[in-house]
Design a protein around this ligand. Sequence first.
Ligand SMILES: NC(=O)c1ccc[n+]([C@@H]2O[C@H](COP(=O)([O-])OP(=O)(O)OC[C@H]3O[C@@H](n4cnc5c(N)ncnc54)[C@H](OP(=O)(O)O)[C@@H]3O)[C@@H](O)[C@H]2O)c1
Length: 280
Amino acid sequence: MTILVTGATGAVGRHLVPTLLERGAAVRALTRKPADAALPEAVDVVGGDLSDASSLGPEVFDGVDRAFVFPAPGVEAFVEAAVAAGVHRLTVLSSLAVAEEFPRDRGSASQVHHGAVEAAVTARTDAWTILRPGTFATNLLAWAWQIRSGAPIRAPYLDSAQAPVHEDDVAEAAAVALLGDDLVGEAIPLTGPAALTRREQVRTIGDALGREIPLVEISAEEFRAETAGYVPEAVTAMLLAYWSDTVATPDVPRPVTPVTGRPGRTLAQWAGDHRIDLGG
Ligand SMILES: NC(=O)c1ccc[n+]([C@@H]2O[C@H](COP(=O)([O-])OP(=O)(O)OC[C@H]3O[C@@H](n4cnc5c(N)ncnc54)[C@H](OP(=O)(O)O)[C@@H]3O)[C@@H](O)[C@H]2O)c1
């Protein structure tokens, strides 16, 4: 069985690839920069752009049964080419926003983008599995510079509580979906095992690094002003709506355990795994 992994050089893909290899699958990885991929030797690395059908030559799909679909902008081109080449079994990285569990989700940047990716897949094959993670713990790496330098983190809604998911748990759920047959036709929400306030998230990272991280609460207005120019407005709006909602209504954890058979990794584990990225 050859499994094609897109997004193989990303945070999820870098754990998915070795997990599939350990479990006996042959893995082909698609990247725009094969020379820089630095993937395990057993992987067949091919070049291609998910948004450009003309870059997806026969070497990409030859002998492939199943694929992990990374939701890059324009990935519809890849989905169409994969199905035309006979790859019907697709596991898609999507987002919990598509479930529209809260009014804030409808029309949000994530719901619009990932909803279109899901639709591109489900319109072309019945053999899909959709993974819908909530907020990734890796989003906290946005504070890596402040954490390393000792500058205070300036953030709004510090008493809001989210359940960030470890990228390795998303990868392991993807491996289960790709290797077995039990999850076909399922859209699966995935979060971390516990909701923590943003204050607690920063404290958890500080504990892993053995030092206190200075934190200053700012208003939504200040956040908007400080991120203008480098965070798209629609993303800022989505983040502020998420954080303000989760002050009164914390994230309800949707653990990965029923899929992976293992407890979800805690934020403390995540922080330990990323000590170096965080300057520890
Ligand atoms: N952040 C969140 O809270 C959250 C929540 C729910 C869902 N998600 C989804 O999860 C994604 C992040 O996953 P991640 O952390 O594993 O990603 P990541 O670390 O940002 O890596 C991005 C990967 O996508 C590949 N890629 C991007 N555009 C491509 C293209 N046009 N053609 C081929 N490959 C392309 C890159 O490959 P090369 O550079 O090697 O080509 C790389 O492997 C988000 O983009 C979002 O869709 C995120």
